[in-house]
Write a protein that binds this ligand. Structure first.
Ligand code: T4K
Length: 429
């Protein structure tokens, strides 16, 4: 066995000499930004709904084909404002297989997240389980369109309409995704996008609510601006949720590149599919019916019995190769310490969510990913499989054995500063 084939976690040579990140956020050519920066230099209007933010809102609303787009400083604040503006109370149905922000935004408004299980195939809310979970306390349904795919929209809409509650989407990851030809954003009563740097289309930090409801839009605009109506006159409780002009400028320059990004990533997905299908224990998801994905996240399901390692173990081992993968969403939100404490006895049993969180692994995807880079990611996975037994032993102390030992896991995850920085990744002792 040549040393080059030995996984880095077992003292072989890492496949990448610096971190190969999950994403590489796009930046437009600097001269394209210069024009906008020169304008900023003249006007010195850096925020408070300047020209770039207004223009970006107009362009997003027109692209999605909705009446309104309200930009926010991030999607978390956008969901907090949306749920508050809608006057939601009691409980809101959401999945637990999501980013914590979905649930947090509710709790900030004293709303209890009602976690409902997902469908094993789509990994998004299962309409039958949503139907079964509807009670008088439920004031809205907020499905999450994860990994650039779209939920079973029509079924969910029917349930929401039958119970006369709003259907609002956390579409943080689905900007550019289509359902039956219509862009996500135009489906729910209101929808939220994230424009965080890790997203396909981004503004560094940022987010938006899109809606056809003019009254709701006006309330959202007030809420993100301290509740002001007229100069400094607050008519309701507000906050500062505005997007700044530099971020909006970046967005304006990146928006035109979205179709290209989607097309390029389609190519990356195809290559991954071809290269991974021969690896035992890796299941590649089928396309989702009625959905045209934006190709934002490429995820696979790892079958530990066949592959030899779990998603957590493989993620850990790949870190030593300088390959950054993510077990989105491990742990599922209802298993985290905060939500276990919050829900106490009523922590729900969500077997499909638990299973997904212990099997799903997201691999790096870039619009400009090169064939040799993709081949190295696949090689990393293969070399870990060959040495699965040894790796399992080595990483055992670092991998949580059950949900209760997650706190231990936290102490052993690879140093996040190293993950974000240029240096070679190191596992903590
Ligand atoms: N709802 C859903 C369903 C969401 O997924 C999210 C956010 C939200 C709501 C809330 O949206 P925001 O309030 O954030 O707008 C990331 C993001 O921070 C988060 O926005 C995202 N979801 C979540 C799924 O992923 P981490 O902790 O995994 O990111 P991090 O820093 O570990 O970075 C991941 C990879 O990207 C690494 O390889 C480093 C690389 N990276 C990251 C950043 C920030 C870069 O190359 N450049 C960068 O600027 O949470």
């Amino acid at each position: 066995m040549k040393s080059k084939d030995i996984p880095a976690i077992l003292q072989g040579t890492p496949l990448f000499d610096k971190p190969y990140h999950l994403v590489r956020p796009l930046l437009p050519p600097l001269q394209e930004l210069m024009q906008g920066l020169e304008e900023l230099n003249e006007t010195r209007m850096f925020t408070n709904q300047g020209r770039f933010a207004v223009e970006l809102e107009r362009r997003i609303a027109s692209m999605i084909n909705v009446k309104h787009c309200a930009l926010f400083c991030n999607a978390t604040i956008a969901i907090i404002c949306l749920t508050r503006c809608l006057g939601l109370k009691g409980e809101v149905i959401i999945p637990s297989f999501t980013f914590a922000a979905t649930a947090h935004a509710l709790v900030w408004n004293d709303i209890l997240p009602k976690f409902v299980d997902i469908d094993g195939e789509s990994l998004m809310l299962d309409p039958k389980k949503v139907q079964a979970a509807m009670t008088d306390r439920v004031s809205a349904i907020m499905p999450v369109n994860i990994f650039g795919r779209c939920c079973d929209h029509e079924e969910l809409l029917e349930i929401a309409r039958a119970d006369n509650v709003p259907l609002i989407y956390d579409s943080a990851q689905a900007f550019g995704t289509r359902y039956k030809g219509k862009l996500v954003g135009s489906l729910g009563d209101a929808e939220v996008f994230s424009f965080h740097a890790t997203k396909l289309f981004h503004t560094g930090e940022g987010g938006a609510v899109v809606t056809n409801d003019t009254d709701l839009y006006e309330r959202l605009c007030r809420m993100r601006n301290f509740g002001f109506k007229g100069y400094l006159n607050c008519v309701e409780l507000g906050m500062n949720g505005k997007l700044d002009e530099l971020s909006a400028l970046l967005g304006l320059k990146l928006l035109d590149r979205l179709p290209n990004q989607i097309a390029n990533r389609q190519w990356v997905f195809q290559h991954y599919r071809e290269s991974l299908k021969k690896i035992k224990g890796i299941v590649i998801p089928n396309g989702k019916k009625n959905t045209e994905t934006n190709y934002s996240n490429f995820y696979v399901t790892i079958e530990p019995e066949k592959f030899g390692l779990t998603n957590l173990e493989l993620n850990y081992a790949l870190m030593s190769e300088n390959i950054v993968t993510r077990c989105y969403f491990y742990p599922p939100v209802h298993r985290t310490v905060y939500y276990r404490d919050l829900l106490g006895e009523s922590v729900p049993d969500l077997p499909v969510t638990d299973r997904a969180s212990l099997h799903v692994l997201c691999l790096p995807v870039y619009g400009d990913m090169r064939v040799d880079e993709l081949a190295k990611v696949v090689e990393g996975i293969q070399r870990c499989q060959v040495f699965a037994k040894e790796i399992k032993e080595k990483v055992a102390p670092c991998i949580p054995r059950n949900w209760e030992s997650m706190q231990t896991f936290e102490k052993h995850v690879p140093d996040r500063r190293a993950v974000a920085g240029p240096e070679t990744l190191r596992l903590r002792a």
